[in-house]
Design a protein around this ligand. Structure first.
Ligand SMILES: *Cc1c(COP(=O)(O)O)cnc(C)c1O
Length: 456
């Protein structure tokens, strides 16, 4: 069988294997990688998923992509090692369920991809004795998940940039207490500044000597593991062949792309709902066909979704026949009718977010946090346009409420329980560097870090 190759959405770089796509992150032409063809899971294969442990289900889905680059027994071992925690589905009412993706080591759904990527990338670079620096900008959850997953992986150094004032103390401590091969840098600026510094570093010729990669959702390695929990959800709540509705709260649209990948592989999906906060570039595009990114991005309660120009839209457009470059310019329109048939999006303001999580608690005794509340409200918005027709729906809760205690204390007067693993980590001493959003200083920092890393 010919190897599965990955093309760049900008069409100027040659196709690469999964291994190269993982290690490069972004394609040299600044496009994002997508598989030339989605491997299929047959209805008979999907029918075996109910009852499988999550790690085995993950193996069955991911092995379709990794067959050329990782032996099956190794992938199975990696999945068993990565996925040791529960992925609960709670029935809320009728056939509406909440899937909690917050039981991993850093209590957000970002753990699902980070745990797998760290193991696969560690294996890839171990093979040729390469050294790799993972550079990532975070508004909170990605940094913690990536730092934790790559901690102590030989041959890999991790540098995480975060906006000092925009990250909650508990989120910060999940990354600044690790040390070892993990460096965290607090930037006196916004998340946009962090992301811009990381992007410049990737494009900087003066840094060519440092092999850099990214663990942000521009990396295809983020999307593939994120398709697995959609199969898992369907296997628990849908009958064989029954279409399902998903609602994933969206920032960079990596999470919802997991549902698109699952659907392209053969999972019957009725609708993918991708609600956003005040950063409403995508719902406006769906409505009007005109795309205008939001600069600077708007702050909101769901801070992990404060993204003015979602990077994965380049992929979404490509899968619907369009072409959007990395700056957000659309060179070829996607099939808008088909996109609207499959995907719904609405904007959920902070006021509606807060109203929703108070109401959902009062009505169902279900505790959400701001991101999950956006997903819930987006689902309700969709119900005003279409009916569920008795089909199952799964709303994604992407973080643990204990990561956002302030809002819960403010609304209800009590604090959520902190998961034990998180409680232990945030007690450890912190260690991080601090910097102005000044690219020249950051470049010098990277070069110095690289030199001292080689001496170790
Ligand atoms: C990152 C994140 C999101 C948004 O996911 P995208 O893949 O960027 O759309 C939603 N909720 C939480 C808690 C997150 O950390």
């Amino acid at each position: 069988m010919a190897a599965l190759l990955f093309y760049s959405t900008n069409g100027q770089s040659p196709p690469v294997t999964l291994r190269e796509a993982f290690l490069q992150g972004q394609a040299p032409d600044r496009g994002l990688y997508l598989p030339e063809k989605f491997p299929a899971l047959t209805p008979a294969e999907i029918a075996e998923f109910p009852g499988l442990p999550y790690s085995e289900l993950a193996f069955r889905v991911l092995s379709k992509f990794t067959a050329d680059v990782v032996p099956d027994d190794e992938l199975a071992a990696i999945c068993r090692e990565a996925y040791t925690f529960a992925v609960p589905l709670e029935k809320v009412h009728d056939r509406v369920h909440l899937m909690r993706l917050d039981q991993g080591p850093t209590a957000s759904f970002k753990d699902f991809a980070a745990l797998l990527m760290a193991r696969l990338m560690g294996r890839f670079i171990g093979q040729d004795g390469r050294q790799l620096t993972i550079l990532t900008a975070t508004s909170g959850d990605t940094g913690a998940a990536v730092a934790h997953a790559f901690h102590n992986v030989p041959g890999i150094r991790v540098i995480v940039l975060f906006p000092f004032a925009e990250v909650a103390a508990s989120q910060r401590k999940l990354m600044t207490t690790l040390r070892g091969n993990v460096r965290t840098v607090a930037i006196d600026g916004k998340f946009d500044d962090c992301q811009a510094m990381v992007k410049r570093a990737f494009a900087d010729d003066a840094l060519r000597s440092i092999p850099l990669s990214s663990a942000n959702s521009i990396n295809i390695g983020r999307l593939l593991p994120q398709s697995v929990y959609y199969f898992h959800a369907a296997s628990r709540v849908a009958q064989a062949g029954e279409p399902i509705v998903f609602s994933a709260p969206s920032g960079n649209f990596g999470d919802m792309m997991g549902a698109i990948v699952a659907a392209r592989m053969g999972l019957p999906v009725k609708k993918i709902i991708a609600p956003v906060n005040d950063n409403d570039a995508f719902p406006r595009f769906l409505q009007t066909g005109a795309y205008k990114k939001i600069v600077p991005s708007r702050n909101s309660l769901s801070n992990a979704m404060n993204v003015g120009h979602p990077s994965n839209l380049a992929r979404l457009m490509a899968l619907y026949g369009g072409w959007m470059d990395e700056t957000g310019v659309i060179h070829r329109m996607p099939d808008l009718a088909a996109l609207r048939r499959d995907v719904f999006s609405s904007s959920v303001s902070d006021e509606r977010t807060r109203e929703t999580f108070i109401r959902v608690w009062n009505t169902h005794r279900l505790l959400l946090e701001p991101h999950g509340a956006v997903a819930w409200r987006g689902f309700e918005d969709w119900l005003e346009t279409e009916t569920l027709d008795g089909l199952p729906a799964v709303i994604l809760e992407t973080a643990n409420p204990a990561k956002f205690p302030e809002e819960i204390e403010k609304c209800f007067g009590w604090s959520p329980d902190v998961p034990p693993a998180m409680a232990a980590m945030i007690e450890l001493p912190e260690d991080y560097d601090r910097m102005k959003p000044d690219y020249e200083a950051f470049r010098a920092y990277l070069l110095e870090n690289h030199r001292s890393g080689r001496r170790e």
